[in-house]
Design a binder for this molecule. Structure first.
Ligand code: 5AD
Length: 347
């Protein structure tokens, strides 16, 4: 195992069989070694910096019906909300006053917004606060829509593949979605000049070592600028309500591996990780993550963005508490950074 870790750190890749072995035979000693190598590698590119972004969950409507997600259209139990452009701008204003210079606008695939209306929001943010970066995370769209948003000023785009195994993809999503289109989106986004983030859930139903290795191989091949992973957490009003929760330990182990596969990537310690483990954020940061995305949605809608059960949105997950979050980051020997997050050239 030590040799595998050394090789991964030296070559930024492993063969399929080596990745299988590294994951299948995971133990505490290897996890510690990986985390240490990953933290060293992060330091090499980012110093001690941890990038903070404000996350605005702007709509809980979604036209898709993904089996794992509480926002799926068949979930009639969820009371839905959609922020207006003005409300989104108001949240950016609050975030800006708190010091945030990087905003993430995330939402379901909501036909209630036209592509143009989202473009208008992005350009309004850029007009008012030209020194900020805007990340969009609004699902699968046409290349033209991605271009429209890019032209409006969007800098980054997050679209997790969820799984890089075509058959597994088919068990997580209904038949009107396809793995091919997902991957098409990722390549379109990259060609349009976005910094692109992909990623997957850890412990989703039907995921085994083989599926995880495929995700790692996709990451290695695609060379994303960002990678978001977090444990799967069942949501009570979805078909996967009775399934098990993903492991924090495996998530952190994979965070370390991903840091070594794509050393420059921006990798968040996600809210889901912190939801399944009380020390999730600290553990993720010690394992090689370098981004935190506290919730900057209006307080009154936070509980309604119920992609999974018990999702945290208070305490250090809340953007208003960013000073306390910074303090936690400092207590780990790291340096909170509220800038745009482009101090290293990711290309
Ligand atoms: N558990 C954990 N993560 C989930 N997501 C959606 N549903 C769940 C769940 N039940 C993740 C997906 C999506 C991101 C916004 O949230 O990976 O890309």
């Amino acid at each position: 195992m030590v040799q595998l870790v050394e090789k991964l750190a030296a070559e930024q890749s492993l063969t399929h069989e080596e990745l299988v072995r590294l994951i299948r035979d995971r133990d505490d000693a290897t996890a510690r070694l990986l985390a240490q190598k990953a933290a060293d590698r992060r330091r090499g590119y980012y110093g001690d910096r941890v990038i903070l972004r404000g996350l605005i969950e702007f709509t809980s409507f979604c036209k898709n019906d993904c089996y794992y997600c509480g926002l799926r259209r068949s979930n009639r139990k969820l009371s839905r909300y959609r922020l207006t452009g003005e409300q989104i701008l108001a949240q950016c204003g609050k975030g800006y006053a708190l010091g945030f210079r990087s905003f993430v606008l995330q939402g379901g695939e909501d036909p209630g917004y036209s592509p143009r209306s989202i473009a208008q929001v992005v350009s309004a943010i850029k007009d008012r606060w030209p020194d900020t970066a805007v990340t969009l995370s609004a699902g699968e769209r046409s290349r033209d829509t991605y271009r429209l948003w890019r032209d409006a000023g969007a800098d980054r785009y997050l679209l997790r593949e969820e799984t890089a195994d075509r058959d597994h993809y088919g068990t997580l999503h209904p038949g009107d979605m396809s793995y091919e289109n997902r991957i098409r989106c990722l390549y379109d986004l990259k060609e349009l000049g976005y910094q692109v983030g992909c990623g997957f859930m850890v412990g989703s139903p039907g995921q085994g070592t083989e599926q995880i290795v495929r995700d790692l191989e996709l990451i290695r091949l695609f060379q994303p600028h960002m990678v978001g992973i977090g444990p799967f957490i069942p949501q009570k009003d979805t078909p996967f309500a009775g399934e098990g929760t993903g492991s924090a330990g495996l998530t952190c182990y994979l965070l370390s591996i991903i840091r070594l596969l794509v050393p420059k990537a921006m990798i968040p310690a996600t809210t889901a990780l912190n939801t399944v483990h009380p020390q999730g954020r600290a553990w993720g940061l010690r394992s090689g993550a370098n981004v935190c995305m506290p919730d900057l949605s209006p307080v009154q809608v936070r509980g309604q963005y119920a992609i999974y059960d018990r999702k945290l949105c208070t305490g250090l997950e809340a953007a208003e508490e960013v000073e306390a979050l910074k303090e936690q980051i400092r207590s780990l020997g790291l340096l909170p950074d509220m800038g745009r997050g482009d101090h290293i050239d990711l290309r």
